[in-house]
Ligand binder design. Structure first.
Ligand SMILES: Nc1ncnc2c1ncn2[C@@H]1O[C@H](COP(=O)(O)OP(=O)(O)OP(=O)(O)O)[C@@H](O)[C@H]1O
Length: 713
């Protein structure tokens, strides 16, 4: 008979460790990690670049997107984790990772991704060569071409270059964020070549094109280019007379891009942001990319300067291939290597009229971009700006295009005496500078420019037009899931609702009053707004489905968004799944929910579509026992959207337009070509079924009118 005894100290420790490991396992089997999930998203983008059925110049674009996505990920997410490590933070997140553990996993997976990306780069450039688009090395040019490139170097490049020596008297110069540099090792003429080399860096001018067109060879149809760094490298001696270059390799540093704003203490937010933007250029280094084969001495110099030991990528190809986007966009001809131009339709409701207001008095209009043109939105705002009966226009601006016709219309409206209020989000990441310029320009033309609420980003996309009609004032509203940006609206899928519904109009007024004034949180009639009540409203809607399921009534949730990473939202969905609700999630990017786990999430499926257009619309469907509710929203189900931003969820009340929203979801759910399903292990796999191939974005382009479409559910 064994006698029970207290475990000794060693055993207690072991037991504790086992328990901890078990807990971590339990936690990590329940949730997927946000950053690792993001990496899987970027792999899907890379797969578009690898897909032989993607037109060649589109593959070139996808390669560029992989790079720019990775740049942002490093400068924001990895930078954040490094900050946490520096601050001694060792707690695990809800997916079971400590910052140090997570960074290790991230590095392993991204290193593999970059290797794969450059393999694809080589394949794509090989295919481009076959099509007559050639990146040439200097040595392969003919005499005439060499002469032309010599002249280009001496006349255009050389005058702007600055060789920067690094020695005892000249410390390492400040290296710009994400700019390509050359690291040069030299020996003095006449010195022993085995002496310690001299070290210098040269910035590749970022205001000159990365690729330089080379004159065409006789009787050739080829379009040839040479990379600017190749030209500089070839002429490197011109910068160091009396010295012999022994090695030249590119490098690039990515810095922490987070703004640390003191919004409370800032007297002028605009100036505070400008100041921070200047500081951001010198944020701490988070990643070092070097060209493969870099001399160990040069690498050691860089490592020491940037204090980077782990986040180093050796690149077998040109650094920073984001220039591929511009190249693919500006190459003349080669239409056979691109997706055919999309013939975006004008929404039929507005087709035969110039009076938007008259149409909207009769019914709501829902538009689906880019299949229906964003011109309808721009025209609506221009129409409002010129309409003598319009008294006021209020609008939020998060990211506008370079030469935005909407901004011009707002300025014109203010100049003609209308009350124009624009909530410009100065903190929209990477668009801060542009937004500051807009804000100044709009202010000059007489608009009331508001920067939103302290500590919150205004991410809601809404326009309110107030119009004098006979004896009454009528409100017209546009609410969207995408930015008021006519350029990205051609590439991103989004929905927008135009309505004269008075309930929505009153809520829109109240929302602007909350943002621009001192109004207390509102009792919304139709909206749900973050950070005050959107999350609770979503919980309520999810729980209502669970109630329906428990009572045996029809219960189903379909939610389309870009990312799902808020733990409480994931838990709410798990609970609904366990109550028997059928949940279909269409999530393009990050998803922390692990679907298909028995007892936790077996009623949940998650699919992701990465295709020609960036899936961007946020649409939420609740079956509600048969009395379906459908919403559009600016918010993803991420903590930042639900707690640190002003976000909006608006119901689609018009029954016809509700049907349109459901059709959009149906079309998306039918995809069995570009859709991938998230597996319980966190990996994505292409949907395999016996049905006829159905590529939702291509089918959507064929739809002449979303209003007339009927699909089975
Ligand atoms: N077809 C595509 N597939 C995948 N990624 C794409 C595609 N087109 C563009 N992108 C990338 O998507 C990024 C924008 O995605 P994101 O969801 O962050 O948009 P956003 O407008 O910033 O979103 P938000 O509404 O949250 O502000 C771009 O920077 C671009 O690199």
């Amino acid at each position: 008979m064994s006698i029970a005894r207290e475990p000794d100290l060693k055993e207690v420790k072991e037991l504790k460790e086992v328990k901890e490991v078990k807990e971590v396992k339990e936690i990590s089997t329940k949730y997927l990690n946000r950053d690792l999930s993001w990496i899987e998203f970027n792999w899907r983008v890379l797969e578009e670049a690898q897909d032989a059925s993607t037109p060649l110049l589109e593959r070139v674009k996808f390669l560029s997107i992989v790079s720019s996505n990775l740049d942002e990920f490093m400068s924001v997410r990895v930078a954040g984790l490094k900050d946490q490590i520096k601050a001694g933070y060792t707690k695990k997140d809800f997916t079971g990772y400590t910052p140090a553990g997570l960074i290790k996993r991230i590095m392993k997976r991204t290193a593999k991704m970059v290797t794969e990306q450059y393999k694809t780069y080589r394949e794509v450039t090989r295919l481009l060569t076959k099509e007559g688009i050639v990146f040439t090395e200097f040595e392969d040019l003919n005499t005439t071409q060499k002469k032309a490139m010599d002249a280009y170097y001496h006349d255009i490049i050389f005058p702007v270059l600055t060789p920067m020596a690094v020695d005892q008297s000249r410390p390492f110069p400040l290296v710009h964020n994400q700019s390509v540099y050359l690291a040069v090792l030299l020996v003095r003429e006449g010195d022993d070549p085995d002496d310690e080399p001299y070290f210098a860096i040269v910035q590749v001018p970022s205001n000159l094109s990365r690729y330089i067109p080379v004159p065409t060879r006789p009787n050739s149809k080829k379009t040839e280019f040479i990379l600017i760094e190749e030209l500089i490298e070839h002429h490197i001696e011109s910068l160091f007379s009396g010295y012999i270059p022994i090695s030249v390799h590119g490098f690039r540093v990515t810095r922490n891009a987070d703004l640390t704003l003191n919004e409370e203490g800032a007297e002028d937010l605009l100036e505070e942001i400008e100041k921070e933007l200047r500081r951001r250029r010198w944020g701490s280094p988070v990643r070092l990319e070097v060209q493969e084969g870099i001399h160990p001495y040069a690498l050691a110099q860089l490592q020491e300067e940037f204090e980077i030991e782990e986040q180093i990528f050796e690149i077998d190809g040109p650094l920073d291939i984001t220039y591929f986007m511009k190249l693919a966009g500006t190459l003349n001809g080669y239409e056979n290597l691109r997706y055919p131009r999309i013939a975006a339709k004008y929404p039929i409701e507005f087709e035969d009229t110039t009076d938007f207001f008259e149409v909207l008095k009769q019914k709501d209009v829902l538009v689906h971009h880019p299949y229906e043109t964003f011109d309808a939105v721009t025209d609506f705002i221009i129409h409002a700006a010129y309409d003598p009966k319009v008294l006021a226009i209020k609008m939020t601006l998060y990211r506008a295009s370079g030469n935005s016709p909407i901004i011009q219309a707002l300025a014109r409206a203010a100049e003609s005496g209308k009350q124009v209020t624009v909530v410009v989000e100065l903190k929209a990441r990477f668009d801060e500078e542009r937004n500051i310029a807009w804000a100044r320009m709009l202010e000059k033309s007489g608009c009331h420019v508001v920067y939103g609420l302290v500590g919150l980003k205004t991410h809601a996309k809404i326009t309110l037009v107030v119009r004098q009609e006979e004896q009454t004032l009528r409100r017209y509203v546009h609410v969207g899931t995408g930015n008021y940006n006519d350029s990205t609206a051609r590439l991103y899928t989004d929905v927008g609702l135009f309505t004269a519904n008075s309930v929505i109009g009153e809520d829109a007024s109240a929302l602007f009053n909350e943002i621009t004034g001192y109004s207390a949180p509102h009792d919304w009639q139709s909206f749900a707004v973050a950070p005050t009540d959107l999350k609770d409203k979503l919980f309520e809607l999810i729980e209502r489905e669970a109630e329906h399921a428990r009572a045996g009534r029809p219960a189903r949730i379909i939610a389309k968004m870009n990312s799902l990473s808020n733990q409480e939202m994931v838990d709410a969905l798990y609970a609904a799944s366990q109550a028997g609700v059928k949940i279909e999630l269409i999530i393009r990017g990050v998803c922390c929910l692990r679907p298909g786990v028995p007892g936790i999430s077996e009623n949940i499926t998650v699919r992701s579509i990465v295709d020609r257009f960036l899936e961007h619309s946020r649409i939420y469907y609740f079956e509600n026992g048969g009395l379906v509710d459908v919403y559009l929203s600016s918010a993803d189900w991420m903590t930042r959207n639900l707690t640190r931003r002003i976000e909006l969820m608006c119901p689609v009340l018009d029954p016809e337009m509700k049907k349109v929203m459901i059709q959009i979801l149906n079309v998306t759910l039918h995809d069995n070509v570009k859709a991938r399903e998230l597996m319980p292990n966190g990996m994505y796999s292409r949907i395999k079924n016996e049905l006829t191939p159905y590529r939702s974005q291509f089918e959507a382009m064929k739809i002449t009118s979303w209003k007339k479409l009927r699909l089975g559910s």
